[in-house]
Design a protein around this ligand. Structure first.
Ligand SMILES: NC(=O)c1ncn([C@@H]2O[C@H](COP(=O)(O)O)[C@@H](O)[C@H]2O)c1NC=O
Length: 202
């Protein structure tokens, strides 16, 4: 996978007994972006002029029981659905309703939900010809991830880090092409903590 372009990536895992999620934004076309924390949400903000509707969006939403991470405007809808239904159903319903992005690449929508209790998480994907949602049982030291391009369903990697900032750093340093920024979300029991790292200091 070294040097492969995977575009946007969502991952979940367990480190030192703490459930975590991460987001890695790689981009060929829109490298000038930053992540901004607003309360219990994180936004991706594109800093160049464009009419592309897919490059600025709410990327993380923290709830009492769950953290939601996604590559687009589906983040708050998944969070809202979690108020009424299971993570599996919330992901299936919202990804099915919104579908893939109508851009030149038919870019998939991807999402992750990690639960505070139970060491469980869910990953979801909707592309032009495919919709899937998978539940994963979290394992210490391991991360499960999917991505928009060149990843086959759910793949795994080893991740060991000391805090949310270190998680973001390690996700940013994974050897995939065109890194822009990464976000780490770690469950510290009383609350999720958010770390952000970018290639540029924007
Ligand atoms: N979520 C994102 O940050 C994001 N960034 C770019 N896209 C879409 O993917 C297309 C390809 O972008 P790129 O060449 O940077 O991988 C863009 O034209 C845009 O429609 C995105 N949409 C989904 O991943």
């Amino acid at each position: 996978m070294k040097g492969v372009y995977v575009g946007r990536m969502v991952g979940v895992g367990l480190n030192d007994g703490k459930p975590f999620a991460f987001y890695r934004l790689s981009s060929r076309s829109f490298p000038n972006r930053k992540a901004v924390i607003k309360g219990d949400e994180v936004y991706i903000v594109n800093l160049t002029e464009t009419d592309n509707p897919y490059v600025s969006y709410p990327v993380v939403k923290l709830l009492r029981e769950y953290a939601v991470v996604s590559n687009g405007s589906h983040t708050p809808f998944i969070a809202q659905a979690l108020g009424e239904e299971s993570p599996k159903k919330a992901l299936i319903h919202v990804l099915d309703a919104m579908g893939y992005e109508r851009d030149d690449y038919n870019t998939p929508r991807i999402a992750a939900v990690v639960q505070k209790e139970g060491n469980k998480a869910w990953l979801g994907f909707v592309g032009k010809d495919e919709l899937w949602v998978k539940e994963v049982k979290l394992e210490e030291g391991k991360a499960f991830f999917t991505a928009t391009y060149n990843v086959d369903g759910v793949e795994t990697l080893s991740l060991d880090f000391k805090d949310e900032n270190d998680l973001a750093e390690r996700a940013l340093n994974l050897s995939f092409a065109h890194p822009v920024l990464a976000i780490g979300v770690v469950d510290f029991g009383d609350k999720f903590k958010i770390g952000i790292r970018g290639v540029k200091n924007l």
